[in-house]
Each structure stands twice: as structure tokens, then as C-alpha cells.
Write a protein that binds this ligand. Structure first.
Ligand code: C2E
Ligand code: CA
Ligand code: CA
Length: 871
């Protein structure tokens, strides 16, 4: 009592009141109960006392508050009936009642729907109380609010059930005491089948990696129970009741009781069958593909690899230091920077995976191309890379093949020179450099072998090919670095064949246009030397078009096009020369296009007409014949030269109609002259035929018709074909034979400018040889030309052919030609080409002053010594 009084003094008023209440209630209770109740009033746990029939006698403040009831509402209630009313299992409550009746202390969890609607879980303990006669006096009921714990447990259970990983709890004897649904799924055994199973009985269906049975005592759980150590990543093959085998990865964790004694084991299992299959497949693939595999532990700087990788590297384990440094030492120095930067990038870029080709020093000392592919496979906190892994393939053969193919794609097979692709690349680089670097100059020399096509057509492709090879050889030799001719050999020169007989030389880093011109004239010189091919001597020249950075366009195609334009300009203006491109040349190209359009209208609009140049008998001085030459009187341009428009007409298919017009006009006017002048009229008329006309199957018929229409004799018509045309082209030859059989005569025009030599002359079905103006003009100064003319005339004489010297401009030339026994002459000395009326005038004037035949013979005699012994 003393204690109570002392307590009362220190207690606050409500407690004092409660104590009085308690004291009243406890009058029927034991002293022990009284003492307990006193303490109970101060605890937050629920405390109630009941009669042996569980009728509430008293409840503490915490219980009243928790239940949300007043004392009078609680006292007198049957606790078990109340619990049942709160949703607890009635049957369980009845069972509880039975146990309590037997005076047992019982512990259980019950649910109480508290007054605020929230559920409270209580851990309830019924303690029987006895009176002094040791007779059951009632129960002391204590409730502990475990709502939080229960909720936590429910959550855990949900997780446990929802886990895709199988979790099994076993007792210390190995008996299964709990397992989650995933376990059933993985093992193929129901929960009921699993519960109570000893791990030993599962073992019958378990195998090791090598498919040998797993002894029960060695199962991971058994080992953990034996050693008390958890295990990680144990592999176990489990045979399901249906016979299917699944591979499991098992972890174990020992369970310990409060004293730290081993009380059981928890194991988790993941079905890794699919992964294992994948891995096996991957391993097979890696092996089958000859893949080297590697891993790099970045923090420890340790590299590992498979045997295949060592094989690829051509070394044995231990030969190479397995660190990043050791690896870098094997990489080709040129590839190291790129490799390093890739690695850096890979480190900071999650998910990055890239192929990379580098050269590795093979065990045999050679550099070998390999393809590496890898990625960071493990990262630490903040994405720090921890481990990289990847594969490596030997791609040396592939690279070599690629290089070979690339080289092949860049090489002209005939000449083994670089090809167009290389030129494009070089020129592109040069353009870019020129843009960026003031003072840097380059040049592109575009060259075309004059009359290559004719060589090909007449001497055959093998000769043509050989000619190209020889050209290539000369080009490369003359461009050799350090070539004595090259004034500054510090610029680089590259020659390439870009198609047909077209070659390009790229000069890089020249001082200026002059360097390009020097190289060009050197090349003209070298390439103009005669070529000896299969017993043929081929004489020709090249024409070169040059584009230098001074006038270079911005793109490669345009530069090459401009060089081509300049080259055509070189051809047009005489061949065997070089021409520097100027932008004004574009105009010419455009002009050609307009020229074509205008030429189409020329004929119907009567803009074309024919002029005649007299041919003079060099011995008698008499008019021997005349050559018809076409003219175009353009309304705006004025008189256009055939040199300009005949090639255009040939290119656009107008030549047949123009040629026909000339033939018709020439024959008609020739007949007219016969009628007009009688004996003084020219004895024959020559008409030029172009290549396209000779290929025209209608030609022979046309000639026959024209002859018939004009009424002239076939023998009075001479058709001129160029040397190159008359040569060994079978179609042309057949056509010439047909023309011959019509009775017309044939003349070989421009003799000496082509490639065929005197030895071929006898094969040509011609009556007359016209020695080209270029030879005539050189005859007085060049022994070579003079000797050639002489030989030609001798040969022609032998073959019964006539000779005509073209382009005689001076009496000196006339005298020389006469002395060389050339039959006829043609040239400005005698007359320029004349219109019909002017020609008639010229003829009558000429007839008046022309010396007689007998006088000519004497002239011949007097002149001869002058040239025969010029020195
Ligand atoms: P070609 O057949 O060699 O004609 C001779 C050319 O030399 C003519 O030029 C003529 O005017 C020129 N000529 C003649 N004597 C001299 C001379 O002493 N000095 C110089 N410097 N030149 C002289 P043209 O009329 O300009 O004709 C040039 C070329 O055009 C001809 O060369 C011929 O190949 C072609 N041509 C002219 N008319 C026709 C034609 O009707 N049909 C065909 N297919 N071609 C023609
Ligand atoms: Ca001619
Ligand atoms: Ca000629």
C-alpha cells in the first residue's frame, strides 16, 4: 500500500482516478493480479483481465483507446465472441476457447477493427491467473500492437510469392518448410509435393555440369547446412518429373537462430537453361568462326583471351604481357592513336560497340590486319567502366584482297598506270589544297594521241594496244623524279591513262604555268618519236590541253572537261602541240553547239556553195584540173571555214547531205565549164569524201546518179580520200573498189600526215597521191621531208600513180616539186580557191600566160641542179 500511496503522489490526476477504478475491480482479484494491473495501467500495451469464461473484468487505458470503447462497453464482453465479431476465424476462436478452458496459456494474432476503421493486428497472450487456492481465477490478456510487423510480413509474403526466382526454406535437417510459387514452376513439383521433402530426395533428379548424378550430400543446400557457409552461382541440372532437364543457378544462405546456431538454409534458384544454351551456341559460333575472344579487367589492368586469339596473334601464352601496355606494344604505331581515341570514347559512351581494324605484330614479325569488336560489359558506380570484352578476327586475307581490288580498281590493266579514279582523287586533292593554300599551283595535262583510232582501225588492236603501252612507258620514264629535263623536280608528277588514247598528267606543287608548259613540250617531244611496233613504224604526235590552277574550276569533272576542251583546241589548231586552257574556250564549245544548229539550216537556206582551186601541171604549167572545196556563207559569221564545220557536220550526221550537195554542184558546174570553155576547161574535178560518206552504202549509187545527171565521164571525176581512210579498213576498201569500177579515179589526200608508210602505198587502190602541204612547206629546209617526198614520188611512179603537191605557195616550192618529178601542183601560188565566175576569169588569164609544153621541159632541166646540190 505504501508503494501505491507513493505512486499516487507522483501521478497525475487521470491516473489516480484509474487506479481507484482498478482498485475497485481488483477487490475480487489476487494480490498478484492487483500488482500486475497497476503496472498495466502505465503501459502502451493492451491489458485486460477476464473471468475464467473470458468475460472482461477490466481493461487498461491503452485497450480502451485502441478499441474505441468506454469502460462500461468493454467490461462484461466475452472476449472470444468479440474477436470472432471482428472478422477473426470463429472456428479458430472456438479452438482457442477449448485450450483456455484447459487452463493453458495461449498466444495468437488477432485482428481488431478499431473505432477509426483501421485494422489493428494484435499479438495476444492469454495468461491464466489463479487464486490462493490454485484455482483458475481468470485470464490476464495482453495485446501487443504488431500491425506494422504484420503488414511488413504480408508485403514480404507477396514479394516471396511474386519472385521469379525460386526460394526454398529448409530446416536444419534439410526438410523443406517453405517455398514460393516460382519454385514449383522451376522444379515442376507442386508446393505440397515440395513441402516436407528432404533435400536428399530431390537429389535423385539432380545432375552436375558433366551430367553425373549429384550426390545428395553434395547438393548446395546440404553443403551449406554442413559448413554454415552461403554459396553463390552453383550450377545444378534438375530433372523435372516429366523428364525435362532444366539448368539451375543456385545460391544458398544459412539461417541462424537468436543464439547464432544454424537453424536452416534458404536457397534461391534461377532457371538458366536458355542462357546456357545461348552461351553454348555462342561458344560454338565463336569457335566455329575462328573468333578470338578477350576480356580486360580495367581496374586491375589484366587481359585474358582464348587460345584462338593467341593462335591469331601467332604467339603462345606467356609470350605477351597480358596488360593494356603489353597489348599496345603489338599495335602498329600508325594505328595506335586511332585505337586510343576509340578506347577513350568507348569508356565514356555506354552501350557503344564498334568494329575496328588495326594491324597487329604477328608472332612471325609481320603486320597482320585484325578486326576488333568490343564493349564495356561491366560498369561500376557512376558508370565507371570496370570490364571490357570482345572478339577479334583475323581479317588479313580479306584486307589484302580488298587492297588488291582497290589497287586493281585504280590501275589501268593495259598499261599498269593509275586510272581515271586516281586522277580524280589527285585533282580533287589539288583543288582543295589550292583553295586553302595561296601560292600552291597545280596543272592537269590532258593528252590525246593524234590519229590513234586510225592506227587501231588499220593496223589492228594488238598494235594499238602496244602503242598505248609504249606511250605509257615513255610518259612514265619522262616523268621519273629527278628526270634531267625537269627543271624543278621538286614537284610531283603523275601520269595516268583515263580511257582509250587519253592520258592525263597531274603536276602537283609547280611554281606556275611555265612549269606545266615545260613539261608539256618535253612530252610532245618524247611522244612524237617514231614507235616501232611489230615491224610497223608508227609516226604520230599528241595534242595536249593544259589546265593550271590559274584557271581551274572548282570541281574535278569541270577541270578535266576544260583540259579536254584545251586539248581539242590543240588538235583543231594543228595537232602535235599543247594549248593552255582559257575560259574563253568555253565559248568555242558553246559555239560548236550553235554551229551545229545553224549548219542544219545552212543547206536548205542555200548558205553553202562550192569554190574551186585549180590544179596545175607542174611541167607544162597548164590547168590540169580543179578541186572542189565547200564554203559556208553564214548570215552573221561571214565565211565559215570547212575546217570548222566539216568536223561538226561529221559529228552530227550532216556530212552525207553536205557531201552530196558538193558532189552534185561540182559535177554540174564542171559540165557547165566544159560547155563554156571547151578545150581550156579543166580536165577533171576533184571532190573530197569524208569518212562517214565512205561508210554510206548509198554513196556508189549517188555517184553514178550524179555522173549520169551531169553527163560527164566517170574518169573526169576524182574522189579524194585521206590516207588514213584509204588504208586497211575493209568496208572502205570495198567501197573504193566499187567506185573504181564505176570508172572514177581516186586520190589519196594529205599523204604523209598519217602513220602508214610508203610500203603500204601499193595496197591502196588509188590513182593519185596528194603530198600534204606540211611536207611541201618543209621540203626546202628539211632533208628528211625532201627525201620522203622524193621517195613517195618514185614509189608512185613505180606504181603508175600521179602525184600532186599541195599548198605550193612559192615559186621555190614549185620548182623543187617539179624537180622532184611531181606531176601536178596546187596552191596559192597558182590560185586560191575561186568561185565559178572568178575561176572562169582565172582560166582565161592563165591560158594566156601559161608557157607551152616544150618550154616547160626546158625549165625542168634548168631547175634540177638547184635543189639537187643545194650546198
Ligand atoms: P584539203 O582537201 O587538203 O584541201 C586543201 C586545203 O588547202 C583547202 O583548204 C585549201 O584552201 C587549202 N590550200 C590550198 N592551197 C593552199 C596554200 O598554198 N596554202 C595554204 N595555207 N592552204 C592552201 P580549205 O578549203 O579550207 O579546206 C580545208 C579542208 O576541208 C580540206 O583539206 C578538206 O579536207 C576539207 N574540205 C573542204 N571541202 C570539203 C568537202 O566538200 N567535203 C569534205 N569532205 N571535206 C572538205
Ligand atoms: Ca582535198
Ligand atoms: Ca589535202
Amino acid at each position: 500500500m505504501l508503494l501505491l500511496a507513493a505512486l499516487a503522489i507522483t501521478m497525475r490526476k487521470p491516473i489516480a482516478r484509474a487506479l481507484q477504478r482498478l482498485y475497485r475491480a481488483l477487490t475480487t482479484q489476487t494480490q498478484e493480479m492487483k500488482r500486475l494491473a497497476l503496472v498495466a495501467e502505465r503501459t502502451s500495451n493492451w491489458v485486460l483481465t477476464t473471468t475464467p469464461d473470458r468475460v472482461v473484468l477490466w481493461a487498461n487505458q491503452a485497450a480502451l483507446q485502441g478499441l474505441g470503447l468506454t469502460e462500461s462497453e468493454v467490461v462484461g464482453k466475452n472476449l472470444l465472441a468479440y474477436a470472432a465479431s471482428q472478422g477473426n476465424d470463429a472456428q479458430e476462436m472456438a479452438l482457442l476457447g477449448d485450450e483456455l478452458d484447459r487452463g493453458l496459456s495461449v498466444k495468437m494474432e488477432i485482428l481488431v477493427r478499431a473505432h477509426k476503421g483501421q485494422n489493428i493486428w494484435l499479438d495476444v497472450e492469454y495468461q491464466p491467473t489463479y487464486d490462493e487456492h490454485r484455482k483458475l481465477s481468470g485470464f490476464m490478456v495482453m495485446g501487443l500492437d504488431i500491425t506494422e510487423r504484420v503488414n511488413q510480413r504480408h508485403k514480404m509474403t507477396a514479394v516471396f510469392n511474386a519472385l521469379p526466382v525460386g526460394v526454398v526454406v529448409q530446416s536444419s535437417t534439410g526438410e523443406v518448410i517453405d517455398c514460393n510459387p516460382a519454385t514449383s514452376e522451376i522444379s515442376g513439383l507442386s508446393r505440397d509435393e515440395l513441402m516436407g521433402l528432404a533435400s536428399t530426395s530431390v537429389a535423385g533428379g539432380s545432375v552436375r555440369d558433366d551430367l553425373t548424378p549429384y550426390p545428395a550430400s553434395e547438393l548446395p543446400t546440404a553443403r551449406t547446412l554442413r559448413t554454415g557457409e552461403g554459396l553463390r552461382g552453383e550450377s545444378l541440372g534438375h530433372i523435372k518429373p516429366n523428364g525435362e532437364m532444366r539448368w539451375l543457378m543456385v545460391n544458398t544462405e544459412p539461417l541462424r537462430d537468436a543464439q547464432g546456431d544454424l537453424s536452416g538454409v534458404v536457397s534461391s534458384m534461377v532457371d538458366v537453361t536458355e542462357q546456357r544454351e545461348q552461351q553454348k551456341l555462342l561458344a560454338l559460333a565463336v569457335d566455329g568462326a575462328g573468333l578470338g575472344t578477350w576480356q580486360w579487367d580495367i581496374a586491375a589492368d589484366e587481359m585474358t583471351c582464348n587460345d584462338r586469339l593467341l593462335e591469331i596473334f601467332g604467339c603462345r601464352r606467356g609470350d605477351v604481357e597480358m596488360t593494356s601496355k603489353g597489348f599496345y606494344r603489338l599495335i602498329h604505331p600508325e594505328d595506335v592513336p586511332a585505337w586510343m581515341s576509340l578506347m577513350k570514347e568507348q569508356m565514356v559512351t555506354p552501350g557503344m560497340q564498334r568494329r575496328f581494324e588495326i594491324r597487329i605484330r604477328h608472332g612471325n614479325g609481320l603486320w597482320v590486319w585484325m578486326m576488333f569488336s568490343g564493349a564495356v560489359v561491366t560498369r561500376g558506380p557512376e558508370g565507371r567502366p570496370l570490364r571490357m570484352a570482345g572478339v577479334c578476327i583475323d581479317i588479313n586475307a580479306k584486307r589484302l584482297l580488298e587492297e588488291q581490288l582497290r589497287e586493281m580498281a585504280r590501275t589501268d590493266t593495259l598499261t599498269q598506270m593509275p586510272n581515271r579514279a586516281v586522277v580524280m582523287e589527285r585533282v580533287r586533292d589539288a583543288i582543295i589544297r589550292a583553295r586553302a593554300e595561296p601560292g600552291y599551283n597545280f596543272a592537269v595535262l590532258f593528252m590525246d594521241f593524234d590519229r590513234f583510232k586510225q592506227v587501231n582501225d588499220t593496223l589492228g588492236h594488238s598494235v594499238g594496244d602496244e602503242l598505248l603501252r609504249q606511250i605509257a612507258q615513255r610518259l612514265q620514264q619522262s616523268l621519273r623524279p629527278g628526270d634531267s629535263y625537269t627543271p624543278s623536280s621538286d614537284f610531283s608528277q603523275m601520269a595516268a591513262r583515263i580511257g582509250g588514247d587519253e592520258f592525263v598528267v597531274v603536276l602537283d606543287d609547280i611554281r606556275g604555268d611555265l612549269d606545266a608548259e615545260i613539261v608539256a613540250s618535253r612530252l610532245l617531244d618524247v611522244l612524237a618519236q617514231p614507235y616501232e611496233i611489230e615491224s610497223h613504224t608508227v609516226n604520230s604526235s599528241v595534242s595536249i590541253g593544259i589546265v593550271t590552277s590559274t584557271h581551274a574550276a572548282d570541281d574535278v569533272e569541270a577541270v578535266l572537261r576544260d583540259a579536254d576542251i584545251a586539248m581539242y583546241e590543240a588538235k583543231r589548231t594543228g595537232r602535235g602541240r599543247y594549248v593552255l586552257f582559257e575560259p574563253s574556250m568555253h565559248k568555242r564549245v558553246r559555239d560548236d553547239v550553235t554551229l551545229e544548229a545553224e549548219l542544219r539550216r545552212a543547206l536548205p537556206q542555200d548558205e553553202l556553195f562550192v569554190v574551186y582551186q585549180p590544179l596545175v601541171d607542174l611541167v607544162s604549167g597548164e590547168l590540169a584540173g580543179m578541186e572542189a572545196l565547200v564554203r559556208w556563207q553564214h548570215p552573221l559569221r561571214g565565211l565559215v571555214s570547212p575546217v570548222e564545220f566539216i568536223p561538226v557536220a561529221e559529228a552530227c550526221g550532216l556530212i552525207e547531205s553536205i557531201g552530196h550537195f558538193v558532189l552534185q554542184t561540182a559535177c554540174a558546174e564542171f559540165a557547165h565549164l566544159q560547155a563554156l570553155l571547151g578545150r581550156e576547161a579543166p580536165r577533171s574535178v576533184s571532190v573530197n569524201l569524208s569518212r562517214a560518206q565512205l561508210r554510206d552504202p548509198a554513196l556508189v549509187g549517188n555517184v553514178r546518179d550524179v555522173l549520169r545527171a551531169s553527163g560527164m565521164e566517170a574518169a573526169q571525176l576524182q574522189l579524194e580520200v585521206t590516207e588514213s581512210l584509204a588504208a586497211q579498213d575493209s568496208v572502205v576498201q570495198a567501197r573504193l573498189q566499187e567506185l573504181r569500177s564505176l570508172g572514177v579515179t581516186l586520190a589519196l589526200d594529205d599523204f604523209g600526215t598519217g602513220y602508214s608508210s610508203l610500203s603500204c602505198l601499193h595496197e591502196l587502190p588509188v590513182h593519185t597521191v596528194k603530198i600534204d602541204r606540211s611536207f611541201v612547206s618543209m621540203a626546202q629546209t628539211s632533208d628528211y621531208h625532201r627525201v620522203l617526198i622524193e621517195a613517195t614520188i618514185l614509189m608512185a611512179e613505180t606504181l603508175g600513180m600521179n602525184t600532186v603537191a599541195e599548198g605550193i605557195e612559192t615559186t621555190g616550192q614549185a620548182d623543187l616539186m617539179r624537180a622532184l618529178r611531181c606531176n601536178k601542183g596546187q596552191g596559192f601560188l597558182f590560185s586560191r580557191p575561186l568561185g565559178l565566175a572568178a575561176l572562169v576569169q582565172w582560166i582565161s588569164a592563165h591560158a594566156a600566160k601559161a608557157p607551152s609544153r616544150s618550154e616547160q621541159v626546158q625549165a625542168d632541166v634548168t631547175v634540177a641542179p638547184t635543189w639537187a646540190d643545194p650546198g
